[in-house]
Design a protein around this ligand. Sequence first.
Ligand SMILES: CC(C)(COP(=O)(O)OP(=O)(O)OC[C@H]1O[C@@H](n2cnc3c(N)ncnc32)[C@H](O)[C@@H]1OP(=O)(O)O)[C@@H](O)C(=O)NCCC(=O)NCCS
Length: 203
Amino acid sequence: MQRLGSSPHRMYPGHFWGSLMKIVDLNHDEGTIHQVAALLMKGFKDHWPNAWPDLDAALDEVRDSLGTGRISCIAIDDDRRVLGWIGGIREYSGNAWELHPLVVHPDHQGKRIGRALVADLEMRVVEQGGVTIFLGTDDEDGMTSIANVDLYPNVWEHIAGIKNLRRHPYEFYQKQGYVIVGVIPDANGVGKPDILMAKRMVV
Ligand SMILES: CC(C)(COP(=O)(O)OP(=O)(O)OC[C@H]1O[C@@H](n2cnc3c(N)ncnc32)[C@H](O)[C@@H]1OP(=O)(O)O)[C@@H](O)C(=O)NCCC(=O)NCCS
């Protein structure tokens, strides 16, 4: 089997620009790194414009994902066009890994690429002995009922009654088995929380 990066590619059925999707490790190929950085900016610009404000910031994020204690995987089509990217960061002595970041090409969202990338990361974390995956998903843009309100002092009441007003991705993660485990109120400015989620990888 062809190898790209440190592990064999994983094939997924589906039609993406008329070809099959593969998930492979990101490597140091500069052309691919630039594609991933451009995708990162494009995928986040509407709701999280400050996340990666310019190409240099996005390139730094992508290059950092190739370091020690990292998992970095891309979904590509037959022509090596990047459809999506997921990263994992080893934390808590390897017991818990942070899922960061995740992005799917806007032209190809809703085709289960995100779900496949999350499943792939989970498999990789379990292979490395991880017990938990956690993540933070910001609401900077009033996409949920817990933005633009004062969450104090009854923070958990707000979390328990959370509503998805404009397709915030916390619900995507819930569909993959992730649970809201907390919130950082005002993480991105007043009324702009970070929603914390986690999933246990072992039974
Ligand atoms: C969020 C994102 C990664 C989802 O990827 P995707 O490939 O479009 O999602 P999938 O097709 O795998 O969806 C899987 C399920 O989640 C649901 N889903 C996907 N995005 C959703 C959203 N924003 N809100 C609610 N549900 C969502 C789908 O409807 C699908 O549901 P089903 O299993 O009942 O059919 C993608 O939309 C994206 O890159 N968004 C911009 C960047 C972003 O939000 N990243 C995460 C920030 S932490």
